[in-house]
Design a binder for this molecule. Structure first.
Ligand code: PLP
Length: 381
């Protein structure tokens, strides 16, 4: 171990996702990588349509000056995001001053942690099972993380335990609470009880509501932000907007909180091409979001298929993914995961269950076939 590295980092392993094989850049013959159904990362199964890719390529060719730093204020993109948020949040009147943009919402999560907790000033609260990035990023910053449980009946947060944690945690106190709406990997939206609890938290605690799956759930708390200076909503272009490759997420909050986020971000955190991609996606949002109803009906079809396995507990989901657990001690999810992977369907094995992203109809169909086959292998072994 390098002796100059912080000792608490030594225990951490670096985050790694599935390795995507890329054909060699500049190769004359493009050999397509082996076809794997990746339904493990909650991305959209659909690439950008060709006409949008062409528009983006044109922008890169004709407008982007590669030798120049990007526009570092992102005013055009912030304005376009504010318009989109207003469209999704009823009578809201958000402007560019209510928006901060991150290199993925992961960057914004880190910025929020830096702005609230760094230097021994605060701890972060999460309710598990939930998105793992909150805990991982807190750890890399040396920020203590307080974990409270969720109900095993419906994955609702144990609000009494959470409140107790807020009241009792001292030195440092809890300064930020992370909630996903709907939660990943479990798929449940915040309940009225949970939302009421969040409303009643003291203003000295920042409430982060991560709406990464908003376009699927169609449920947002954005309209409440005007009354809640200690709330921030995070969203991303990585899921419904099909831009995971470009890394862009945004925060919606009171301009004072946005100003704090702007202080801690890196100067040019969003490459010019990424800005262009996000602007293009927003300008063509109707076309991109047209795929959502089909994905929701596919989600119901996959849930129905999963329910035919009596040994699986299939949790209801309002996202673009479904969480299942095993009800039968004889059914080992690690084995199922491996059997699926051997057949080239990759799902996510996490939090004591499998999280399955809704793919294309073909991928979903193959998933069903391969799951049946995996079950017969597991049963035979
Ligand atoms: C996918 C996801 C994100 C998105 O992260 P990006 O960094 O924007 O790609 C954020 N929060 C949750 C809960 C997610 O599932």
């Amino acid at each position: 171990m390098l002796s100059f590295i912080r000792s608490d980092l030594a225990q951490l392993t670096a985050y790694s996702n599935h390795a995507v094989e890329h054909p060699e850049v500049g190769a004359k013959v493009v050999v397509q990588p082996e076809r794997i159904d990746r339904i493990d990362a909650n991305e959209s199964p659909f690439d950008l349509p060709d006409d949008l890719k062409q528009k983006l390529a044109w922008t890169f060719q004709q407008i982007t000056q590669s030798n120049r730093y990007p526009d570092g204020g992102y005013e055009a993109l912030k304005g376009a995001i504010a318009d989109y948020v207003n469209e999704t949040a009823g009578a809201a009147n958000f402007q560019a001053t209510h928006i901060s943009i991150g290199n993925g919402s992961d960057e914004l999560i880190r910025s929020l942690l830096i702005a609230t907790c760094l230097g021994g000033e605060g701890a972060a609260l999460v309710a598990e099972p939930t998105f793992s990035m909150y805990g991982i990023l807190a750890q890399t910053l040396g920020i203590p993380i307080v974990r409270v449980p969720r109900s095993t009946a419906n994955f609702a947060v144990d609000v009494d335990k959470a409140q107790q944690a807020i009241t009792e945690t001292q030195a440092p106190p809890i300064r930020v609470v992370f909630m996903v709406h709907p939660n990943s990997p479990t798929g449940n939206a915040l309940t009225d009880t949970e939302i009421d609890w969040l409303r009643n938290l003291p203003e000295s605690v920042l409430v982060v509501i991560d709406e990464a799956y908003f376009e699927f759930s169609q449920s947002t708390l954005a309209a409440e932000l005007a009354q809640r200076p200690n709330w921030v909503i995070l969203r991303t272009f990585s899921k419904a907007f099909r831009l995971a490759a470009h890394r862009v997420g945004y925060a919606i909050a009171h301009p004072d909180l946005i100003a704090a986020l702007e202080k801690v971000r890196l100067p040019y955190n969003l490459p010019s091409f990424t800005q262009a991609a996000a602007l293009t996606a927003l300008a063509h949002r109707q076309q991109l979001l047209e795929s959502i109803p089909q994905m929701l009906s596919q989600r119901e079809a996959v849930a129905h298929m999963l329910s035919s396995f009596s040994s699986l507990a299939v949790w209801p989901s309002v996202g673009n993914f479904i969480f299942v657990q095993s009800k039968d001690a004889a059914v080992n999810l690690s084995e199922l995961y491996e059997q699926l992977k051997a057949q080239k369907t990759l799902v996510r094995h996490t939090c004591g269950g499998l999280r399955i992203t809704i793919g294309t109809p073909e991928e979903n169909q193959r998933f069903g076939d391969r799951l049946r086959s995996a079950f017969s292998q597991v049963a035979a072994s």
